[in-house]
Design a protein around this ligand. Structure first.
Ligand code: SF4
Ligand code: SF4
Length: 95
């Protein structure tokens, strides 16, 4: 079990042009823009849990990213049901 970043769609303002987390994440292709929803999302198996994205998102007062434990064996994020479903959708979308 380790922590990964997770974007809460309802708080993310990527549709207004924010790309801070995408620009600051040190891992290549780790946070991407979902161009259908216009929200940032985290590619779970690339995230190293450094929390830099949380820092920059909070610094901009959006507070849209939280850290959540993920099951290393299954890749399942331990969020409440609704957020876990959203995460699963995000992963499916990334293909
Ligand atoms: S920094 Fe926060 S508000 Fe901006 S795109 Fe990333 S998650 Fe969304
Ligand atoms: S925790 Fe670090 S590696 Fe993971 S998405 Fe955020 S900035 Fe990228």
């Amino acid at each position: 079990m380790y922590n990964v970043a997770f974007v809460e769609d309802e708080k993310c303002v990527a549709q207004k042009g924010c790309r801070l987390c995408i620009m600051f994440c040190p891992e290549a292709d780790c946070i991407r823009l979902d161009t259908r929803k216009m929200k940032a999302f985290v590619v779970v198996d690339r995230c190293k849990g450094c929390e830099l994205c949380v820092v920059v998102c909070n610094a901009a007062k959006h507070q849209a990213i939280l850290m959540a434990p993920v099951n290393g064996a299954t890749g399942e994020i331990m969020l409440d049901k609704q957020k876990a479903e959203a995460a699963a959708l995000g992963q499916a979308y990334q293909g």
